[in-house]
Design a protein around this ligand. Sequence first.
Ligand SMILES: C[S@@+](CC[C@H](N)C(=O)[O-])C[C@H]1O[C@@H](n2cnc3c(N)ncnc32)[C@H](O)[C@@H]1O
Length: 199
Amino acid sequence: MILPFSSLNLSSGGNPQDFFWGCLPFVATPPEVVHRMLKLAKVSPSDIVMDLGCGDGRILLSALSDFGARMAVGYEIRGDLIKEALAMFESKNLIDRVKLIKGDLLSADLSEASVIAIYLTGTGNDKLRSKFEEEVKPGTRIVSHDFGVDGWKPAKVECFGGHKIYLYIMPEALRENNRKPSLGLLKFLARRVDRSGLS
Ligand SMILES: C[S@@+](CC[C@H](N)C(=O)[O-])C[C@H]1O[C@@H](n2cnc3c(N)ncnc32)[C@H](O)[C@@H]1O
């Protein structure tokens, strides 16, 4: 029996002290959910799609072969999975359009991504939240399988065959409601002004 990741009791309801990135197991997103995630994020040929904790590379493969994404970038801590994914992309002649990095997703360079896929945990998403808020460019879509990002406002949530898919669009996800900007949104905008040299 294949258990969904969410049944592993690693959600944000658990004690963050019990959580270690290294213990975050490889649980693959089923193909039909992968497709739904990328469809929800409206992946197109202009996109650079990133998967943080890319496992066997299936989300990246679908982004390239089903949605024609320009480039796919994956970060994965496990060398055996990177090796497996590399062999798969080579066999499909897609190696020129994919970049796989063996390393910690917390050190990922998010600046070029236009779509970021995650299937981590509530605690994992908590750890990534400030990195996202600081590093992604405006318009980036973040699509998360089964776990939402606390404090963010999803553009859409889809329930699909027992799975949940959350779509966030930056920086709108940081808006508390349609009128009132959150502190996170104000900080995001201030950083953009800083970087553009307008300050
Ligand atoms: C639930 S799996 C998701 C795999 C893939 N994204 C998918 O949806 O099919 C989480 C993945 O994150 C990887 N991982 C865990 N901690 C990591 C870290 N600190 N840096 C990079 N990858 C990590 C795991 O090895 C695993 O492959």
